[in-house]
Write a protein that binds this ligand. Structure first.
Ligand code: BJW
Ligand code: ZN
Length: 222
């Protein structure tokens, strides 16, 4: 299964695109690229700190819960997420493959130090590494490569599964959306769950319209 921001929408987390989406109010070029961070690390960190504060106040919803309990009953189930919010972990899903990183991880821009830091707000913006350099959010920005290990595992799962579910993503961001093509080309049945049409709606085998939190509990009940 590949999940996107729509899975967290019912928890109160804004999506990126569409009504109320983050990219409606903020320019990705100013906040979600390495160049933006190099230009103004404090501005970028203020935005991430604000999002971390929002996330600290929300809980997983019935979609996250249905996935976590399905995984416990379905050996071989692999959960790949584009979400950085940690809500799949909070619902109890283990071994989530995070292809766009994790907003609760911090990484040094110089020495390679990485650590989980869930403090909200962070005491200092931008946060500093013990080596003196600036720490950055452990997420994947536009123009950056996906984490090699997570991406390799995601591709392996996509090309070897019998059924590929794609839930709550606009399927506009690559290479993640390309997992759908990989699964289809390898012969998987593909099921999409989304409130709206996506570029893949006509290509998948089954396209279900509705909220993830309402459809997943019955879809995954077995
Ligand atoms: C519901 C619902 C409910 C609502 N129930 N549904 C090919 C063509 C063109 C461009 C490219 C290409 N290949 C690569 C690119 C460039 C770029 C890209 O894809 N751009 C396109 C946008 C044009 N990709 C990259 O830059 C990637 N890197 C890369 O390609 O590197 C190359 C490289 C290789 C080797 C060395 C060096 C470089 C990286 C992409 C990183 C994306 N990062 C972000 C930000 C993460 C950090 C943060 O959070 O701040 O990831 S952008 C943002 O989009 C975030 C998301 O994970 C990602 C996907 O969004 P998602 O999850 O689909 O959310 P939405 O909002 O778009 O959709 C929500 C959906 O839910 C909607 O469909 C709703 O209808 C639905 N929904 N409520 C069910 N209740
Ligand atoms: Zn360092």
């Amino acid at each position: 299964m590949l999940t996107g921001a729509g899975v967290s929408a019912e928890s109160g987390v804004p999506t990126f695109r569409g009504a109320g989406g983050l990219w409606r109010s903020f320019r990705a070029e100013d906040l979600a690229t390495a160049a933006a961070f190099a230009r103004d690390p404090r501005l970028v960190w203020e935005w991430y700190d604000w999002r971390r504060r929002q996330l600290a106040a929300v809980r997983p919803n019935t979609a996250h819960d249905a996935l976590a309990s399905f995984a416990a009953r379905a050996p071989g189930f692999t959960l790949v997420t584009q979400n950085v919010d940690g809500l799949h972990d909070a619902a109890g899903s283990a071994d989530v493959i995070k292809v766009h990183g994790d907003i609760w991880d911090l990484r040094c821009t110089r020495c390679g130090f990485a650590a989980r830091d869930t403090r909200v707000p962070l005491p200092e913006l931008p946060p500093r590494c013990t080596c003196g350099a600036t720490l950055r959010p452990g997420v994947v920005w536009f123009g950056e490569a996906l984490p090699a290990d997570a991406w390799a595992r995601a591709q392996n799962a996509a090309v070897s599964c019998g059924v590929f579910l794609v839930v709550g993503t606009s399927a506009l961001v690559y290479p993640a959306a390309g997992l759908i093509d990989m699964a289809k080309a390898a012969g998987a049945g593909v099921i999409e769950v989304n409130l709206d049409d996506t570029p893949y709606s006509a290509l998948v085998d089954v396209s279900l319209r509705g909220k993830a939190g309402e459809l997943l509990p019955s879809l995954l009940a077995c």
